[in-house]
Ligand binder design. Structure first.
Ligand code: TLP
Length: 348
């Protein structure tokens, strides 16, 4: 009989299983009713997150999507406008929640290939006072930027956006689903990257490998209002300490090792650059997301995805000629070498 093939699952860093330390912490978690503010594990996680990101308070939510939604609901009134990238996760992948549930309007601006919004575009999109216009309320940035390939926004860039926001009385929300990847890639304390945002959402359940959950951090007043909005969308989770306990392990044990995921992503990108029919500039791979194009007329990206899958390498075609692979805790260097050999087998 053939050996079972190990699946090399590069579809997303969301697929990671909780570590043994997380399972142990979940088993032993002290819990209480979090809607009453009485879950000690949730309270500890929220305080830890706020402290690490340099904000006054934190709020544990079920997902990144909920974290962004609750943040939008807290910043915006109905009819307010949010400046956001046309490739932003919140604009493309969150079911239009801020508009559907909060009545906010997105004003999408073209994301540059490095994940930024052009400062001149932001400037030009600001609405002057006029009876016809929706009021501009918020600028939303994403760091790392998923659809441009895990690109990192620099501290200087966010500071420049802050200056525009301050001149016009706007708030900044940071979708920092992978903000720790950005901090590790830049070798900075994560606080440096969150300093200029009024609110930040980050995920425990991506590269940090926790099974569930995200946090919003911001001022005490903002989080108090966000807590009410979380309740409104059904996010009051009672004995949530069971999952918060895994989040504490994620924040205390899983951050520094993200560098390994970045090295593996780079190795994958370099190998793919040498594979016939694949287009990618490895220089652009800064964190754990590798986006590349299939430049061959005789095979569609979907067909490549299927053929890889048959050979145990899982990833996604993401539209156009592009495919995406994401490295994470369960992917070892040797898995990357195996995956590259499979690419060669199919494409040579
Ligand atoms: N991203 C997921 C999918 O939804 C595509 C992934 O596999 O990358 N912000 C960013 C930047 C994200 O990448 C994601 C998830 C979210 C928010 C939403 O987080 P969840 O999935 O926890 O709601």
């Amino acid at each position: 009989m053939n050996e079972p093939v190990k699946v090399i699952d590069l579809r997303s860093d969301t697929v990671t299983q909780p570590t043994p330390a997380m399972r142990e912490a979940m088993y032993r978690a002290e819990v209480g009713d979090d809607v009453f503010g009485e879950d000690p594990s949730v309270n500890r996680l929220e305080a830890l997150a706020a402290e690490m990101l340099g904000k006054e308070a934190g709020l544990f939510v079920a997902s990144g999507t909920m974290g962004n939604l609750v943040s939008f609901l807290t910043h915006c009134r109905r009819g307010d406008e949010v400046i956001i990238g046309d490739q932003a996760h919140s604009f493309t992948m969150e079911v239009g929640g801020a508009s559907a549930l909060g009545g906010a309007q997105f004003r999408p601006l073209p994301n540059q290939p490095d994940g930024t919004l052009d400062l001149l575009d932001i400037q030009a999109a600001l609405r002057p006072a006029n009876i016809h216009y929706p009021p501009t309320r918020l600028i939303c940035l994403e760091n790392t930027h998923n659809r441009t390939g895990g690109r990192v926004l620099s501290r200087e860039y966010v500071a420049a956006v802050r200056q525009i926001a301050d001149r016009h009385g706007l708030a900044i929300h940071l979708d920092g689903a992978r903000i720790f990847n950005a901090a590790v890639a830049l070798g900075l304390d994560v606080k440096e990257l969150t300093l200029n945002a009024d609110s930040v959402q980050f995920c425990l359940s991506k590269g940090l490998a926790a099974p569930v959950g995200s946090l919003i951090v911001g001022s005490r007043e903002f989080i108090q209002q966000a807590r009410k909005n979380r309740k409104m969308v059904g996010g009051g989770m009672r004995q949530a300490g069971v999952i918060a306990a895994a989040g504490i392990v994620a924040l205390t044990q899983m951050v520094d090792r993200l560098a390994e995921d970045h090295a593996n992503a780079k190795l994958l990108a370099q190998g793919l650059a040498d594979t016939p029919g694949i287009e990618i500039d490895p220089e652009n791979v800064q964190t754990n997301i590798v986006i590349f194009s299939l430049a061959r007329g005789d095979m569609t990206p979907q067909e490549l995805e299927n053929q890889l899958k048959e050979r145990g390498v899982w990833l996604f075609a993401i539209g156009g000629r592009r495919l995406r692979a994401v490295t994470h805790y369960e992917i070892l260097r040797e898995d990357i070498l195996t995956a590259l050999a499979v690419f060669c087998e199919i494409l040579n």
